[in-house]
Design a protein around this ligand. Structure first.
Ligand code: NAD
Length: 251
């Protein structure tokens, strides 16, 4: 993918670890300057340093999606470096949010998931639009989840938040299209990262045996779709949802 994103400046949220770190590395390898954002300051600084050691152009900013002031502060700092060409809305509360049925779910946890995953994604996008609007064919890639497509049980707030991401993607595509900004979503299937080590073995088995392309999913399996949606190859693609799950569930 070398050169696909040369000269671009792309923000990836939730880039300290997991899928976000993998997207950041892929974006940098494709030639872009990557702006890595996360709430985990130490992990962010380690991940940014390791990408720099590999020769990547990296900026990094701590951000808390639950805190509108933190989002403004991070984007004011990002704006000092000028326009951006892309935003990957990857950060989310994705761990410690499952295991309870809708009858047992806790209101505080429900609110927290919505605050970070839904409101946070909206506010980050809102802060990014003035920077995206300065470049032609700018791109937003929202990270949903295929759990929203098949209705994974014992995970309802998370699933609802990812359903909202899919709907917001469509609405954002229509609102931002006149400014030339494409907005799409991906729906990864269960992917092997640090965070999913805590997912029960049966859920991993369900995915690994239920995929058309049987087997485990790794971050590398998702990178290509993110690069495509950020690239000029996708200049006429907007409002779409691309499941990247080895064919576990179809859109
Ligand atoms: N791994 C999977 O199986 C899978 C499947 C489908 C979708 N996803 C989605 O992919 C994305 C990445 O998930 P992951 O699996 O790498 O998990 P993860 O928990 O490792 O990644 C989430 C990242 O978001 C950051 N984050 C959490 N709360 C934040 C906040 N308030 N402000 C800023 N950053 C915050 C975390 O620190 C972390 O770096 C998430 O949107 C998740 O919902 C993951």
């Amino acid at each position: 993918m070398n050169g696909l994103l040369t000269g671009k400046r792309i923000v990836v949220t939730g880039a300290a670890r997991g899928l976000g770190r993998s997207f950041a590395a892929a974006v940098a390898e494709a030639g872009a300057t990557v702006v890595m954002c996360d709430i985990l300051a130490d992990a962010l600084s380690d991940s940014a340093a390791s990408l720099r050691e590999q020769g990547a152009q990296v900026e990094s900013h701590t951000i808390d999606l639950a805190d509108p002031a933190s989002i403004s502060a991070a984007f004011n700092a990002i704006a000092e470096g000028g326009a951006i060409d892309g935003l990957v809305n990857n950060a989310a509360l994705a761990t410690g949010v499952g295991g309870k049925t809708m009858m047992e779910y806790d209101i505080d946890l429900w609110d927290r998931v919505m605050q970070v995953n839904v409101r946070g994604t909206w506010l980050v996008s809102q802060a990014a639009v003035p920077l995206l609007a300065q470049t032609p064919h700018a791109k937003i890639v929202n990270v949903a989840s295929d759990t929203a497509l098949w209705g994974a049980p014992r995970l309802m707030a998370y699933v609802a938040s990812k359903g909202a991401i899919i709907s917001m993607t469509r609405s954002m595509a229509r609102e931002l299209g006149p400014q030339g900004i494409c907005v799409n979503a991906i729906a990864p299937g269960l992917t092997r990262v640090e965070a999913t080590e805590y997912v029960p073995a049966e859920r991993h088995q369900l995915y690994e045996q239920g995929r058309a392309l049987a087997g485990a999913q790794h971050p590398d399996d998702v990178n290509g779709t993110v690069l495509y949606l950020l690239s000029p190859l996708a200049n006429f693609v907007t409002g779409q949802l691309l499941p990247v799950n080895g064919g576990f569930v179809f859109n």
